[in-house]
Design a protein around this ligand. Structure first.
Ligand SMILES: [Zn+2]
Length: 412
């Protein structure tokens, strides 16, 4: 009986070319290796699951590959050294988690072992994960070695919190800030994995998984694993995935949409916080809001929405909201939500960033629509028009109509 290997382990990238969505970092690394200009210490930063330790391990493998060729720095994945990585048997590669080895003594142990040349190959490699967890004295102890490392040593550091690393350390390492992977790219990748696994999956289902994975290939593959198990080997449908992720009922997101369209800042934030309490990521909230606006726009324009964009049980509530919103308002919110997808990728704290985005969208939604203002201003007065005095101009009467329509505006 074959041993089950989780998808995230089975498809863990083994070469630079296998890494998804970190093209710039990979280009800098491979070009740097070709020109022998990569330095002795590199730092990979980014949120969890973006590929920090994966890239560090591939780099370690390339540095130690017996078939290493500067013109093509990919590890060969065949030699004894590369095979040692596959079997977790590499005496010259020391991997430490700074979260549980924070003290100066732990770092001294690393520094002392730096003196020894590798048993085989060109380099001894030290991979330190969560390096920001080192104590101040541990960082100080590491500083001198980072300044003048032995020529046979490479340090590959990884962190989720760069701001906690002292400037003195940051200025001595080559930094790579890895970004969350684009959701379109994750969806494409999941589709290729499904093909290799002979699993049939709809594009909407995979897109939903990518959204829940929040730009992390590892998390997305873990969710895909669960979804395949849940579907029992049959086709992976969007409804399976919705049920698994706990988003089969969209009434919560429609309530949030309604509060946003009402311009109700305080209640919008309260509703958003209540949604993310159920482990739904801010990216998923935006994705569901985008789906919501899409279906509302379809209703407004009498176009049949694509299947399953919103759960069946929530459709009556969405129809009710549809009558209260205008097409220009939907278009405006759509634009702002799409823009927020990129903004969320740029920050380490998406929960807070989305609150600010929701404040902006709610505020803009609460403003009177420009077309309505102009339309109201141009609308002829219902009562018989007063005789226009010789001094009055047509623009005066327009302003007067606008003042009647929007008395609060005249207070400004
Ligand atoms: Zn090799």
């Amino acid at each position: 009986m074959s041993v089950y290997i989780p998808l995230a382990s089975k498809y863990r990238p083994q070469k630079f070319a296998d890494v998804i969505g970190q093209d710039i970092a990979i280009r800098i690394i491979t070009h740097g290796m070709q020109r022998n200009r990569l330095g002795a210490a590199l730092l990979f930063s980014g949120t969890h699951g973006v590929g920090k330790t994966t890239i560090a391990r591939i780099l370690a493998k390339a540095f130690r590959c017996e078939e290493y060729d500067r013109s093509d720095p990919e590890p060969c994945c065949r030699c004894a050294s590369c095979s040692g990585f596959a079997n977790d048997n590499q005496t010259d590669v020391v991997e430490t988690d700074a979260a549980s080895n924070t003290s100066v003594d732990d770092v001294r142990e690393i520094i002392e072992s730096c003196q020894y040349r590798p048993i085989s190959g060109r380099y001894r490699i030290f991979i330190i994960d969560e390096v920001h967890m080192l104590s101040k004295s541990a960082f100080n102890a590491l500083l001198k070695t980072l300044e003048e490392p032995p020529s046979h040593v490479k340090f590959l550091l990884a962190t989720t919190e760069t701001h906690k690393i002292p400037e003195t350390i940051l200025s001595r390492v080559l930094r790579f800030d890895l970004k969350k992977v684009d959701l379109g790219l994750v969806t494409q990748y999941l589709s290729s994995i499904c093909n290799r696994e002979h699993v049939s999956a709809s594009a909407e289902a995979l897109s939903l998984i990518a959204g829940a994975g929040d730009g992390s290939i590892r998390d997305s593959l873990s969710i895909l694993d669960q979804a395949i198990n849940m579907s029992g080997g049959s086709e992976l449908t969007v409804q399976n995935v919705r049920d698994m992720l706990g988003v089969s009922d969209d009434t919560d997101i429609i309530d949030l949409m309604r509060l946003i369209f009402n311009g109700n800042l305080k209640d919008s934030i309260a509703q958003y916080r209540s949604i993310i309490k159920s482990n739904i990521s801010p990216h998923m909230v935006v994705r569901r809001l985008i789906d919501c606006v899409y279906v509302l726009t379809c209703f407004k324009t009498n176009v049949e929405p694509q299947e399953n964009a919103i759960s069946e049980n929530a459709l009556p509530k969405l129809h009710e909201l549809c009558s209260a919103v205008s097409l220009p308002a939907l278009s405006g919110v759509w634009q702002m939500l799409l823009k927020s997808v990129d903004e969320l990728k740029l920050c380490d704290n998406p929960e807070v960033v989305l609150e600010m985005i929701l404040v902006r969208i709610s505020y803009a939604s609460g403003l009177p629509d420009l077309h309505e203002i102009i339309g109201a201003a141009l609308k002829p007065a219902e009562k018989p028009a007063a005789p226009v005095s010789d001094n009055a101009t047509s623009s005066d009467s327009l302003f007067e109509d606008a003042r009647k329509m929007f008395p609060s505006a005249t207070a400004c």
